[in-house]
Ligand binder design. Structure first.
Ligand SMILES: [Mg+2]
Length: 163
């Protein structure tokens, strides 16, 4: 996979949704690995260096909460965003406890999703490179970027230089 791009794993059993969200993110310069089941998500993440996963909750076979927990257990730096049509406060609390970075409800505006992806990626880079919040704010301010895609690009460079 091309390492200059951010590698996104998207798992959702609704194939049409999976295809449309994948296309919309690919044109915004993400490498997308799209799968329809939790089991396949785990396999894909073992094969490709995934940066962020977007995980549906209700799926046949392994559900989203189990997929989330397994991904977090196997991949120290991966951030996981839950994107579900069947949200509840209880499941949001459970997913956050299991290490989800964020919990979004469908339908979700693309701009909002991009914001959350850039925040999740920021957390990943801060954890991985041991950068404090204040220093990170400074780095992004110096780069003069404010759009989620601009921030993601700068973060990717930072990670590539530091890893
Ligand atoms: Mg589903």
């Amino acid at each position: 996979m091309e390492r200059s791009k951010i590698n996104l794993l998207i798992v959702d059993d609704e194939e049409q949704f999976l295809e449309s969200i994948s296309k919309r993110l690919e044109v915004r310069d993400f490498n997308v690995v799209a799968v329809t089941r939790g089991e396949k998500a785990l396999e894909a993440a073992r094969r490709c260096p995934i940066d962020i996963a977007i995980v549906d909750l209700k799926m046949p076979g392994m559900d989203g909460e189990t997929t989330l927990a397994a991904l977090k257990q196997e991949h120290q730096w991966m951030e996981v965003v839950i994107l579900t049509g069947h949200g509840s406060i209880d499941s949001a609390v459970e997913c956050t406890k299991s290490g989800a970075y964020s919990y979004l409800q469908k339908p979700c505006e693309l701009e909002r999703l991009l914001e959350v992806l850039s925040e999740a990626y920021k957390k990943r880079v801060m954890n991985k490179l041991k950068i404090q919040q204040e220093r990170m704010d400074e780095i992004l301010k110096m780069a003069g970027v404010s759009s989620p895609l601009g921030i993601l690009r700068r973060l990717r460079e930072l990670e590539a230089a530091g890893q």
